[in-house]
Design a protein around this ligand. Structure first.
Ligand SMILES: [Zn+2]
Length: 324
């Protein structure tokens, strides 16, 4: 009897926990992007570029600082940072190229999150765990697409966490969605609870395309891709927060813009070089990726920097209205 109970518990545990990738969504290699190097990026980064980049505020939110910043880091202790509520924002970025079309980096927030409590895509458990009651929608992707009459050519995700895929249900089905390597296949206990929600948020996505990074010959980053092949938009592999975390550098007529994704969530974390906290799968790797991005910005002080969920005081204005 005891043995049967033991087997039953083991089978339940295996069923619940062992086969849990982040989503059951399949992936294909991205057809876009050419493997490159950090020295090739550096060679063009200060040249004016052809892209138009617009930063848009999708929602405000409040989450635990312990997830956003490694509070055990010496500089966080020194500053007296403690766990507790931290006000954050969810952004998406329009990136328009004169020949290759209009894309967004990250997916913003869908109209269905106007009342997060009644959003059927998100399970009750996730709503509690992620404090969605404090999520306040500012601009949905549906409204933005309607108002701007933009035809999207693709979505470049910084990673596959819920707060970066919450707008995908408003993105027309068939639009190509790109993500870093290992985002869908990463296995963790947590995925047993989040996979259903992630699958529902990805229900319109029939083309999840994975960047084909190869090692950066200069050894600065885990990988660098020249997305359009003309040096205008770069994907940089910055693993740690998640395996496939990706930052982007976009060259505009007024200078380069670095979109870090959650390689750094907060303004404080970026300014003090302290990596994200408990929300990351590999904090040590995340610290190395953040350090490499800091080296890139130190070498290029004219580049505007956009951390994942807060804006720096300078060089990171949010567009006040959708582009027309
Ligand atoms: Zn995030």
């Amino acid at each position: 009897m005891r043995q049967r109970l033991f087997i039953c518990v083991v089978v339940m545990a295996i069923t619940m926990f062992s086969a849990c990738s982040s989503t059951s969504q399949g992936v294909r290699p991205a057809p876009l992007g050419k493997s490159s190097s950090s020295s090739a990026l550096q060679a063009t980064i200060n040249e004016p570029g052809p892209l138009v980049v617009e930063k848009l505020l999708a929602a405000t939110w409040v989450v635990d600082r312990a997830g956003l910043i490694n509070l055990d880091h010496a500089r966080a202790r020194e500053a007296g940072l403690t766990a507790g509520d931290e006000a954050i924002e969810i952004y998406f970025y329009r990136v328009s190229h004169p020949q290759f079309g209009t894309y967004i980096i990250d997916s913003g927030v869908a109209e269905s999150f106007a009342d997060p409590a009644s959003n059927a895509d998100v399970s009750w458990l996730i709503r509690q765990a992620m404090n969605t009651s404090d999520l306040k929608l500012q601009l949905s992707i549906a409204d933005w697409l309607d108002d701007s009459r933009i035809q999207l050519d693709g979505v470049f995700l910084t990673h596959l966490h819920m707060d970066h895929i919450m707008g995908l249900t408003d993105v027309p089905s068939g639009v190509a969605v790109y993500a870093g390597p290992g985002e869908t296949s990463v296995r963790s206990l947590q995925n047993a609870f989040t996979q259903g929600t992630t699958d529902r948020l990805l229900k319109n996505v029939d083309n999840l395309l994975e960047w084909q990074f190869s090692a950066d010959p200069d050894g600065e980053f885990a990988g660098v891709i020249d997305i359009f092949g003309d040096g205008s938009l770069w994907a940089i592999h910055v693993p740690g927060h998640t395996p496939g975390s990706t930052a982007f550098v976009a060259r505009t007529s007024t200078g380069a813009q670095l979109i870090t994704g959650d390689a750094s969530h907060t303004a404080w974390g970026w300014e003090h070089g302290v990596e994200p906290g408990e929300f990351s799968v590999d904090q040590a790797r995340s610290a190395r990726s953040l350090a490499a991005l800091k080296v890139l910005t130190a070498a290029n002080p004219g580049m505007a920097v956009h951390p994942g969920h807060q804006s720096l005081q300078t060089g990171s204005a949010i567009a006040s209205a959708p582009a027309r």
